[in-house]
Design a protein around this ligand. Structure first.
Ligand code: FAD
Ligand code: SIN
Length: 542
């Protein structure tokens, strides 16, 4: 029996801030067209939902300016930002924040009705709009509600995108050198019938988020397995700068907790929180003149160094001197979480350790969000736009996602009007997924154990501090896992777990490969064999 084929006018993979922003804009412009949003679990289970600190934007024109925000972003990016893109995001960002306010997001206001602005590491001014310490939850709520009011947007939940469809599936030879690789849609795993189905569309946006789950300790939820990046790499598209993994300095240290660590937002340090080592010393002043509010790469490396020197698994964030009522008002979620595990922030210091948090690199795009594959766009954390360079400035991610979702929309609109989305390839001739020769897995342990091994390898050898030897070891072990997993993939009925494992192995390979190519230390990539910056400024593109 032939597998089901779905057809849609605009396809969106991902229901976080990037995917939903784009979907809303397309839906308003084309009320008679169908927009399909695919999401692999619940609609709001996204990195977006967990964002705490807020969204950066030049709001206080009296003290702040575009130039200051641009300068802060460039400094954090350590020489590798694309300045043109930085200017675009900072200057267009304010309008995009107005968009989400119009869609219903509520940011905290002071008694005089003005927005309260927060400050985080690397920012020279107060410019971060926030909703207490649950900004992402509020933004995602507003987006999901706005989407629900649009009849022409369909969200398909619990639907796993397995691969992009290109002319390769029609029998054409596709290599990295093929000039017109074209996306015709995707193969998805329908959880209701366990069938692989086709969703065909003239144009697709990838908004699949980050890849923190390739590390043992991460602030990212379980969905963050780098699927979009892995799919584009398999489809022979271009991937860039994967070595720049941002470790957030202050994830709550809870022994025994695996999977997703609770974040203690940098805004706590913005409000006066101080990092201390096990001897109670406020050590940041030994590392950087900006102390606790230095950019994240510097703070995370300093904590890593203190933990190694003192043989501890964490340092502390001291908030005991802060006004408790103000703390509770700005950070109610953190206050309650700490209380639930016996930490009274007014009396006890909070144990914290760095955790994988954000992928600065990803699917290479131009300034309109176009990938190297025709009719395929990427926005949000899965994309490498050039904004972040070697290290992202705090709270620039939600901003980038909105600015680029909007730019993708503008380009798609332009191309739709001028007929440039059309392709010579016949999507209707795309064959069904070939599942012959595959059987139900006999034991899930083959998948779950390999997953743990990936996380172990990446955490032990490809963490905050790297060496050539560690990277070589990581590559050898990842190669072996890749071989074993490909063999499993060829013979096993597909499951989201198996697909995620395969994607995480691919993403780990890309991180290690880029890290190996970068013979210098810059931003988030620190290799003790090359402790200095190279004079040659380069992006690593695979
Ligand atoms: P996401 O919001 O992660 O959405 C990804 C979507 O893709 C999901 O719907 C998922 O189901 C879907 N998907 C993925 N793979 C597949 C597949 N194979 N099939 C189907 N669907 C798929 N940034 C800031 O700017 N400010 C902050 O304060 C901030 N705080 C943060 C705090 C935490 C704890 C974390 C984890 C991140 C934080 N960030 C912050 C970063 C920011 O939240 C993310 O970078 C941003 O939300 C990413 O949005 P996105 O739309 O790209 O992806
Ligand atoms: C935080 O709130 O500390 C996270 C902000 C970010 O990742 O941009």
């Amino acid at each position: 029996m032939a597998a089901t084929t779905h057809q849609t006018d605009f396809l969106v993979i991902g229901s976080g801030i990037a995917g939903l922003t784009y979907a809303l804009k397309i839906a308003d412009t084309y009320p008679d067209k169908k927009i399909t949003v695919i999401t692999k679990t619940q609609t709001d289970e996204t990195n977006t939902k967990y964002a705490q600190g807020g969204i950066a934007g030049v709001w206080d024109a009296e003290h702040d300016s575009f130039n200051k925000h641009i300068e802060d972003t460039l400094i954090a990016g350590d020489g590798l930002c694309n300045k043109e893109v930085v200017e675009i995001v900072v200057k267009e960002g304010v309008e995009r924040i107005h968009d989400i306010i119009e869609w219903g997001a509520r940011f905290d206001k002071a008694e005089d009705g003005e927005y309260k602005l927060g400050k985080e590491g690397g920012h020279s001014e107060y410019r971060i709009l926030h909703h207490k310490d649950v900004t992402g939850k509020e933004m995602e709520r507003a987006l999901v509600e706005a989407v629900a009011a649009h009849k022409n947007i369909e969200i398909i939940k619990h639907c796993f995108v397995v691969d992009l469809i290109t002319q390769h599936h029609l029998g054409y030879l596709v290599t990295k050198g093929t000039p017109d690789i074209t996306c015709l849609g995707v193969y998805v795993l329908n959880h209701t019938n366990n069938q692989i189905e086709k969703i065909l569309s003239p144009v697709t946006l990838l908004a699949t988020g980050g890849n923190g789950q390739v590390y043992r300790s991460t602030t990212n939820p379980f969905i963050a397995t780098g699927d979009g990046v892995a799919m584009v790499y398999r489809a022979k598209g271009r991937i860039e700068n994967m070595e720049f993994i941002q470790f957030h300095p202050t994830a709550l240290y809870e022994p025994g907790v695996r999977g997703q660590s609770f974040l203690i937002t940098e805004a706590v340090r913005g409000d006066g929180g101080i990092l201390r080592n096990k001897n109670g010393e406020a050590f940041m002043e030994r590392y950087d003149h900006r102390k606790d509010l230095a950019p994240r790469d510097i703070v995370a490396r300093a904590i890593d160094s203190e933990m190694k020197i003192n043989g501890t698994e964490h340092v502390y964030l001291d908030c005991r001197h802060m006004d408790l009522e103000k703390f509770k008002e700005h950070f109610p979620n953190i206050y309650e979480k700490c209380k639930s595990i016996g930490i009274d922030v007014s009396k006890h210091m909070i144990p914290v350790a760095p955790a994988a948090h954000y992928s600065c690199g990803g699917i290479k795009t131009d300034e309109w969000g176009r990938t190297s594959i025709h009719n395929l766009y990427a926005a949000g954390e899965c994309a490498s736009t050039g904004l972040h360079g070697a290290n992202r400035l705090a709270s620039n991610s939600l901003l980038e996602a909105m600015v680029f979702a909007h730019r993708c929309f503008l380009d798609v609109k332009d191309k739709t009007t001028s007929g440039k989305i059309a392709t010579q390839y016949d999507a209707n001739a795309v064959p069904d997924w070939n599942a012959s020769g595959t059987n139900q897995p006999k034991e899930m342990i083959l998948i779950t154990q390999s997953l743990k091994e990936v996380q172990q390898i990446m955490s032990d050898y490809v963490g905050i501090v790297r060496t050539d030897t560690r990277l070589q070891r990581a590559m050898k072990r990842i190669d072996l896992l890749w071989e074993e997993t490909e063999a499993l993939y060829e013979t096993t009925t597909l499951s989201p777990q198996l697909c995620e494992l395969r994607n995480m192995i691919t993403v780990s390979y890309l991180i290690v490969k880029c890290a190996t190519f970068r013979k210098e230390s810059r931003g988030l990539h620190f290799n003790t064999d090359y402790p200095n910056k190279s004079a040659l400024l380069q992006n690593i593109v695979l």
